[in-house]
Design a protein around this ligand. Structure first.
Ligand SMILES: [Zn+2]
Ligand SMILES: [Zn+2]
Length: 127
């Protein structure tokens, strides 16, 4: 495993890079799999073919604060779900809001999960 911030090789059980002090998995300048330098917006390492963004893009590539705010104000309509690529969840929230008025309750749960880094983006799920 390699540091994604400085490209230095690390042990698999290291939590922090001893070279630059950055937490394992943070940074976007190097491939964690082979240590090759990659473009910050690259989806895949051109050297070894491993997906780069997977771990970092916990919210479908969206910014955490942005998603939390949108979820808080527009979450009842599932806007944050649509933005993270979760169309099914978004539609369910709209239906819950329009038919039962309870979409906001589920949005509030999402809001708390986003803030506590517990939110898992899953486009296949409806809830
Ligand atoms: Zn480092
Ligand atoms: Zn690589």
């Amino acid at each position: 495993m390699f540091c994604k911030n400085c490209g230095k090789e690390m042990n698999d059980n290291q939590a922090i890079c001893l070279e630059c002090g950055v937490k394992v998995g943070e940074g976007n300048a190097f491939c964690a799999n082979c240590g090759n330098a990659v473009a910050p917006e690259a989806e895949v390492c051109l050297n070894c073919g491993v997906a780069i963004k997977k771990a970092a893009a916990g919210l479908g590539g969206q910014d955490k604060i942005t998603m939390a705010l949108i979820c808080f104000f527009l979450g009842g309509l599932g806007i944050h779900n649509f933005m993270m690529g979760e169309t099914k969840k978004g539609i369910v929230k709209i239906v819950l809001s329009l038919c039962f008025g309870i979409g906001a309750i589920f949005a509030l749960i999402d809001f708390i999960k986003i803030l506590t880094d517990k939110y898992e983006v899953n486009p296949d799920k409806a809830f």
